[in-house]
Design a protein around this ligand. Structure first.
Ligand code: SAH
Length: 250
């Protein structure tokens, strides 16, 4: 008997930002699979087995989930934010592509979640209101030279940018280099938003000009947003807001 595999996004942290579809899938699950801190966000109950694993074992985790689903279990793989953004959904499909034929019989459903950059953008205003891109600054899965190339070209194209995994444990100096590349490529003092642990009790949002952005302002719980050349700060007595206009003059 073949079961079901749901790949679900738990959102950035707050319960109110988990979609009803994800809540329903978790209520029906026999098994939940994921990285330790994400599985910790799922309430235990009779009939549910939680399989928490360490980081960097995405393909093993995906294989385990597919095996259980192929054996008839009702499996939910959890990611934070959205499962398709630097997360487990790609790992599951990569495992299917290279794995045994019986995994192709598994019904797989991806349930979206609110990704960190959108939760962070909403908190501060609308910095991603015009064209933007998202870049993972971790060089665990790609060469650093490619990251630098993408930063330069994104700056040249005048995208606003969202940076995930700004500080890689394996390369603590990486974010410092990224900021140096951006300062050179952007050539102005556009706003940088450091959004930490958005929608959790530890949330901290800080806006600084690019020249004052420092590596220690970010950690692994921070998503960093960089404005485009048109991004502006609106001073408000209720807290300054950052937005990027919908239009760019011809
Ligand atoms: N799938 C996730 C991203 C996983 S990569 C998503 O869609 O959000 C992990 C990175 O996401 C972290 O290093 C951080 O940059 C960002 N992130 C995840 N949750 C966050 C939160 N609540 N606040 C700020 N950044 C967060």
């Amino acid at each position: 008997m073949t079961g079901r595999l749901v790949i679900a996004g738990l959102g950035p942290g707050a319960d109110g930002l988990i979609t009803p579809d994800v809540t329903a899938a978790l209520a029906q699950a026999t098994d939940v699979v994921g990285y330790i801190p994400y599985v910790a966000r799922v309430a235990d109950r009779p009939g549910l087995t939680l399989h928490a694993s360490d980081n960097r074992v995405e393909l093993n985790r995906a294989a385990h989930a597919l095996d259980m689903a192929a054996n008839g279990q009702n499996v939910v793989v959890v990611s934070s934010g959205d499962p398709g953004v630097f997360a487990m959904a790609s790992a599951v499909f990569e495992a299917v592509e290279t794995g045994p034929d019986r995994w192709r019989d598994v019904g797989i459903e991806v349930l979206p979640g609110i990704t960190a950059m959108l939760a962070a953008a909403a908190r501060i205003g609308a910095p991603l209101g015009h064209d933007f891109c998202a870049i993972n600054l971790s060089d665990n899965l790609k060469p650093w030279a490619l990251i630098e190339k993408r930063l330069r070209l994104a700056a040249e194209a005048d995208f606003a940018m969202a940076f995930y995994n700004p500080r890689s444990k394996s390369r603590p100096e990486g974010f410092d280099r990224a900021l140096a590349v951006l300062r050179e490529a952007c050539g102005d003092d556009r706003p940088v938003i450091f959004a930490r642990a958005v929608s959790t009790p530890d949330e901290q949002i800080r806006v600084v000009p690019l020249t004052r952005a420092a590596p220690e302002m970010a950690d692994m719980r921070t998503v960093v947003l960089l404005g485009s050349s048109t991004t502006r700060i609106v001073p408000m007595t209720t807290g300054d807001r950052v937005y990027t206009p919908r239009s760019v003059p011809a």
